[in-house]
Design a protein around this ligand. Structure first.
Ligand code: PGA
Length: 257
């Protein structure tokens, strides 16, 4: 029997957050490229806006893809400090992280704006990596299911099945981000399966089975293999460990099995 997991290509995406100047970007990418050369997964580096152009130049003639970490939902206009999807695309990004918990916590991101940003990204031909996940108190109160289901419902509102299948979802329990506290592989599987079931309820099983669902939150060289081996975990969104080429390389290897 072919497992559904084998129909989906895992995506290992580095979320560099607010790290690396344009000058430092080329050097790290140069170290990452050989590690991605024979990978059986898609490798993406989501870099700061100011590093996108140099990253796009650096990954040329390699399998590594470039992503951004946010996008505004309007096409242009009086939105000081914001960046549009077309700007990202032209600068060389193919992916964009949307609704990361740091955006939700520190910058007032809501499911409504996540939904609008996702639509803008899709329209420009970018692949959105939509982040969902519960806070610590929400897990402790045993409402993870409700929280994540609500995020999926709102973040995907008004998005067609054809577009939904182009979206990558990253399940990132907020308590596991940058804390060194990883969800167990069972917890990760349970939440990723829940997300797939919610997508199946919205779009049907076939579409849900085609969606890449990543785990994120303190994924590292030591725990990646167990996490990405789970049936509904299709790779990872990696913060801290994506800034060290050797560690990122180990995670790429783990996802290529
Ligand atoms: P972390 O970050 O791997 O450093 O926990 C993950 C993320 O925020 O995407």
């Amino acid at each position: 029997m072919i497992m559904k997991k084998e129909l989906r290509k895992a995506i290992i995406a580095g979320n560099w957050k607010m790290n690396k100047t344009p000058g430092e970007t080329g050097a790290l990418i140069k170290e990452i490229i050989p590690l991605a050369m024979n990978a059986d997964c898609t490798v993406v580096v989501c870099v700061p806006f100011t590093s996108i152009a140099v990253a796009a130049e650096s990954v040329k003639s390699s399998p590594v893809k470039v992503g951004a970490q946010n996008v505004h939902f309007e096409a242009s206009g009086a939105f000081t400090g914001e960046i549009s999807a077309a700007m990202l695309k032209e600068a060389g990004a193919e992916y964009v992280i949307i609704g990361h918990s740091e955006r939700r916590q520190y910058f007032g991101e809501t499911d409504e704006t996540v939904n609008k940003r996702t639509k803008a990204a899709l329209e420009a031909g970018l692949t959105p990596i939509v982040c969902v996940g519960e806070l610590l108190w929400e897990r402790e109160a045993d409402i993870t299911d409700e929280v994540v289901s609500r995020q999926i419902k709102l973040d995907f509102a008004g998005i067609s099945a054809a577009d939904a299948s182009k979206i990558v979802v990253a399940y990132e329990p907020v308590w596991a981000i940058g804390t060194g506290k990883t969800a167990t592989s069972e917890q990760a599987q349970e939440a990723c399966k829940l997300i797939r079931d919610r997508l199946a309820a919205l779009y049907g099983r076939k579409t849900a089975d085609s969606v890449t669902i990543q785990y994120g939150g303190s994924m590292n060289a030591g725990n990646a293999a167990e996490l990405v081996a789970k049936e509904d975990v299709d790779g990872g969104l990696i913060g801290g460990a994506s800034l060290k080429a050797a560690d990122f390389g180990e995670i790429i290897k783990a996802a290529s099995k």
